[in-house]
Unconditional design. Structure first.
Length: 194
């Protein structure tokens, strides 16, 4: 059975920070693979700055093609919206009942809000959570500090954000070093975020 780490995000666009964290999880934890779960555009809160699902998926595909342990996933594209992580996990366990176990990957900042997630107790009962460090404010709830299902992975702290990249790109700044070359090429050719 493969232990799959699920790394959720809009990846708008995917950048080297995402890749560094995902690759670190795949190489330095007991995860066998990391799947980038591209979050679909919510029909309930359409954002002008969010590219179409297929474009964001394509950029994740391009970024991960040379990394056998990293995979793009559009599993959430077919699930009813608005979608919750618990539904995605149930769907994946039904789809791969004997091949895979699924764990979540999240930044420390997300862990602070975990108690607000739908069915978070069920998630913790059935899945491990791998947490990477983030520079953030606020405290982690005591019940998550020593939880047996929550594993801290000493990944590099990446302070690059897709928001920063989009804004800088729009202002005509050179953001090429922050993106995998294939993503930069795709973004540039498609004239995204200008």
């Amino acid at each position: 059975m493969k232990n799959i780490g699920l790394y959720f995000g809009t990846f708008n666009p995917i950048h080297i920070g995402h890749l560094v964290i995902a690759n670190h999880m795949a190489e330095f934890s007991d995860l066998d693979e990391v799947w980038f779960v591209v979050t679909p555009q919510s029909p309930f809160k359409a954002k002008k700055t969010l590219l179409d699902n297929h474009h964001r998926y394509e950029m994740v595909y391009e970024a991960t093609v040379d990394y056998p342990k990293l995979k793009p996933s559009k599993i959430e594209f077919d699930l009813p919206q608005p979608n919750y992580t618990i539904h995605t996990l149930v769907h994946l366990m039904e789809k791969y009942p004997t091949q895979h176990t699924f764990s979540l990957i999240m930044g420390e900042d997300n862990l602070k809000g975990l108690h607000k997630w739908k069915n978070y107790e069920t998630i913790l009962e059935n899945h491990n959570i791998y947490v990477y460090p983030r520079v953030s404010n606020g405290a982690i709830a005591h019940k998550f500090k020593e939880h047996e299902k929550i594993h801290r992975v000493d990944a590099p702290i990446m302070e690059i954000s897709s928001t920063f990249i989009r804004k800088a790109h729009k202002e005509g700044k050179n953001i090429k070093p922050m993106l995998p070359p294939e993503v930069w090429k795709y973004m540039d050719e498609m004239n995204f975020y200008r």
